[in-house]
Design a binder for this molecule. Sequence first.
Ligand code: BGC
Length: 752
Amino acid sequence: MYNKHLSWILSLSIAAFGMSCTKHTEEATASDDIEKIIAGMTLEEKVGQMTNLTLATIATEVDSTVVVDTARLNNVIVKRHVGSIQNVLTHAYTLDEWHAIIEPIQKLTLEKTRHKIPFLYCIDAVHGTNYVYGATLFPHNIGLAATRNRALVKEAGAITAIQTRAAGIRYNFAPVLDVGRNQQWSRFGETFGEDAYLVTEMGKASIQGFEGGDVSKPQHVAACMKHFIGYSVPQNGKDRAPAYIPEIVLREYFLPSFRSAVKQGTHTLMVNSAEINGTPVHASKYLLTDVLRNELGFKGVVITDWLDILKLKERHQVAATHKDAVYLAVNAGIDMCIVPFDFSFTDDLIALVKEGRISEERINESVRRIIQLKKDLGLFEHPYLEPEAVAGFSKPAYSQTALQLARESVTLLKNEKSVLPLSDKQRVLVTGPFANTLSELHGAWSYSWQGNVEHLYPDSLNTVAEVFKKDAPSNSIFNLAAWSKSTPLNKAALLQTARTADVIVVCAGEAAYAETPGNIPDLAFDSSQVEVIKELAKTGKPIVLVLLEGRPRIIREIEPYCSAVVMAYWPGSQGAQAIYDVLYGKYNPSGKLPFTYPRYSGTLITYDHKLLDEAVEIVEPYQYYYEFKPQYPFGHGLSYTTFEYSPIRISSDTLRGSDSLTVTVTITNTGKVDGQEVVELYTRDLVASITPSVKRLRAFDKINLKAGESKTIDFILTKDDLAFTNEELKTVTEPGAFEILIAANKILFYYK
Ligand code: BGC
């Protein structure tokens, strides 16, 4: 292990710095026509393909409308040969506005450039097509993971692809495959949670939806698995901060989601902006070439994140000049650079090739991959807007999918004395800072980058208060002016209204944010909200706390005052309706936490921790007992019905070699209402050469059960499901005893 570590660090060493870039073991395969194009291209044309700029380089906003500047556009496309542009200026556009931006760029490219390599527009459509008005916005990934519903997650990906392509955009910077193992990180809500298997499965479903096995079709787009790798565990909890990840941990928890996506044929990958063990990932030849290309076999396009080559010099300080930074990143293995404001990358890369520090063959490798991507996307055959794509943009079924996903994501964390579901006879006060906002239902990347520009949200969308007004007009009460996001608290007025209610629904949590602006010093819940909730509790009325948040803020202090706690995450455009439906029992909640909800900011332990994480010393020195008491565990989520699990049955008590083991369980809905249940299978390795986790999720399924109904499920396990990364960094399954855990039951078996 020591040597591997050393080689990783050395990948950035002075020795590597001086090496030529000519040796790349992975040869992109491309057809003759691509080779013919490359053979005729000048160096400047090639580097232009590797340059990705932001829309601001060619356009400005006049009265909130985008105006493309013809002179600047000509310079970018014709003179500097740029092959792709991305992003918005400040906010989302309508379909027509998008067409008006993209079509002329394509026309110019095809009419005025020598090789007519089509132009490619790229966007972040991370929870639906969030930069196109009229598109459907789904829950963020953290909520999607709570649904445990692979089919619906795939459907959300497919709808996103249709709506993105309808705008003329064929490249989506999604999904995030980072594993959310630091809850404080401001992009936690963009992850599929803390478990490597769950992230892998949800990521796979999402990519299937985006790419659909054929990205040339007008219903699909190229996906971008991001951010390779280790972005999600900044040591200080802040965005783009250094991570320290031993390679054994990197391989065990952070590599599997990417390995699986590469195997799936995902077209592109974006690099982690930050650094691991002191090496910025953009400069890591070990990670970007040895691991990603040579070991995982990735053949697609590697794109940098925003400004990240410049940051090798400015922020990471591993390069003395910008040119050295370009050298490091291209040598490490990047194909395309989100520069995104100027031609610094372009100019320095051209100079590096002219000086002989980077070979033209190395440039050809990247250009080959980029042209291949454009070819796969059908751009050579159908470069302009596809009528078929536009025709599919708007269908009522899309919001139905968004509603169902939002409903299935909502996770009922506490329901004391069955305060929920609410009844039509109760007078329900709907309050809280986020009772009447759309920003906090949507979170990051919603019509604007931060998602916090309330006036940008379409009028057609409803806040929680608006849904209550619409669906429960006679028994809902409000005093929205007394406690809202934008007006000062009127405590007396609020308490007066509260006293007239039977139940108080408080919509609280975090104001919307994205990326670095979402940095926080710890996970403390907003203290002003805590105070008001405590005051409301004094009225003696039951409180239902609805949490709108992208990460778990600590509720230890207020939880005892709340009869029910409902985690809604960032549920998207149908979020308010979904919350209403769950609160009133129109939908029986089935969401399961995709992370461990911590009780303390200083104790951020994932469910798959080591036994030693649980050790508590008692009275006598060295006398331990074991305790793990998060606020709510991973996989937690209540229902309005009850489910009973049969004992676990296995096809044999011994799994041999490469055979498989069938694990069977019967689940019965023993309550009075229909429901959906997530069945999760965990394993525990009883003895291993690397301390085993207390348990690991290995399989899950989601089933519908009518009241009184039973269903039997089979899970198939193989030795791969029991494997882990050993001291030599190999993936192994060691013989010995294992337990299978499903709900409260367990069973022992052996692997030989
Ligand atoms: C984010 C990426 C995103 C990129 C392009 C960056 O700030 O880290 O996730 O894809 O911007 O918009």
